[in-house]
Ligand binder design. Structure first.
Ligand code: PHE
Length: 339
């Protein structure tokens, strides 16, 4: 009797560990611990055994029942917690795979690369200048002395070190480039991040890109500036884009101008984007001021040059009809995935 019970136990245990899914383990439970199982039959019929055997057999049968129930619980838990991939029947190979999200360029980078390639075609090299500048380079050497009211055009982030600031425009790069190449001719663009201590609104951000341009030579005239910048506008927008130059003022250029392009949404008729003027302002420019030329090491009697500064985010806004500059830093995929 005792031997029979022990055999029953070892068979049940070895069969238990062969089960590899929930269905099989449930069948196992019915077979070995269910009402109709051999073990239950032993327990039910204990009364028919000779009195002296009853306690021993009863004790063993109950122990086996207890052990099997525990082993069953444990094995069932491991089956449930196992990843379904180990469970052959649960893989549906006909299901489509999970789509992989592909990265893409940020809209600013798309426009920047376009700008780089247009200027590269016209012989302009990229000159990378620093984002942390001195007051001297950002202002003074650009003909903007301390306390001059023109400084109001650029609200500045100062650092804890006196005289060290975050550049408010890419124009200090003009001085770096001039001091690098003087007395040779220059044709460079200077792209990069600028910072201004301003209220963040739909039209202004505290952090944005600029692309500065600088051409220096011996016979460069205002007509060169106009022709070069008009060509740029036609290539970044479309070949029928009309441009106009309005007189303006920057301390580091003389004469200074702002270039407008004819509004391509309404073709100059007037709409919400161009505020009914028919024109959109896209950059500031001018002939390099003689003081700035000599600060860069050039002789203003021999050399002349032109400079310009444009905002790629602004160009992107015009080109793609984006009405709020805050989207550029918002990290909202619904916006970023449109380009
Ligand atoms: N630095 C000027 C600005 O930030 C733009 C500019 C650059 C104007 C070069 C003229 C020449 O607005």
């Amino acid at each position: 009797m005792i031997e029979k019970l022990e055999k029953l136990n070892s068979i049940a245990i070895s069969e238990l560990y062969k089960t590899s899914d929930i269905n099989a383990i449930n069948l196992w439970h019915t077979k070995h611990l269910g009402k109709k199982s051999h073990l239950m039959a032993y327990l039910r019929n204990l009364g028919q055994l000779p009195a002296q055997d009853r306690p021993k057999v009863g004790k063993l049968a109950n122990e086996i029942r207890y052990k099997l129930e525990n082993a069953y619980d444990e094995h069932k838990n491991t089956l449930v917690s196992q990843p379904t991939t180990t469970n052959k029947n649960s893989i549906d190979i006909t299901l489509p795979g999970r789509p992989i999200n592909r990265g893409r360029l940020h809209i600013t980078n798309i426009v920047l690369r376009k700008i780089y390639s247009i200027w590269a075609d016209m012989g302009f090299q990229i000159y990378k200048s620093r984002e942390i500048e001195t007051d001297e380079l950002n202002f003074e050497l650009l003909n903007i002395p301390k306390h001059h009211p023109a400084r109001d055009m650029w609200d500045t982030f100062h650092t804890n070190t006196p005289g060290v600031i975050l550049r408010t425009h890419t124009s200090p790069g003009q001085i770096h480039a001039m001091r690098t190449y003087c007395p040779n001719p220059i044709r460079v663009i200077l792209p990069g991040m600028c910072f201004r201590y301003e209220q963040i609104t739909a039209r202004s951000e505290i952090q944005f890109n600029q692309v500065e341009g600088l051409a220096i030579g011996t016979n460069i005239r205002f007509s060169d500036l106009k022709g070069t910048l008009s060509t740029f506008a036609q290539r970044i927008f479309n070949k029928n884009t009309k441009t106009r130059f309005r007189a303006s003022h920057f301390p580091f250029t003389e004469p200074s101008a702002e270039m407008d392009v004819e509004c391509f949404l309404c073709s100059g008729k007037g709409c919400g984007v161009c505020k009914n003027t028919g024109w959109l302002e896209i950059l500031g420019c001018g002939m390099v001021h003689p003081t700035v030329l000599s600060n860069g090491g050039y002789d203003p009697n021999k050399h002349t040059g032109f400079a310009f500064g444009m905002g790629p985010e602004r160009i992107a806004m015009l080109k793609y009809g984006i009405d709020d500059i805050r989207y550029f830093w918002g990290n909202d995929l619904r916006f970023l995935e449109q380009f």
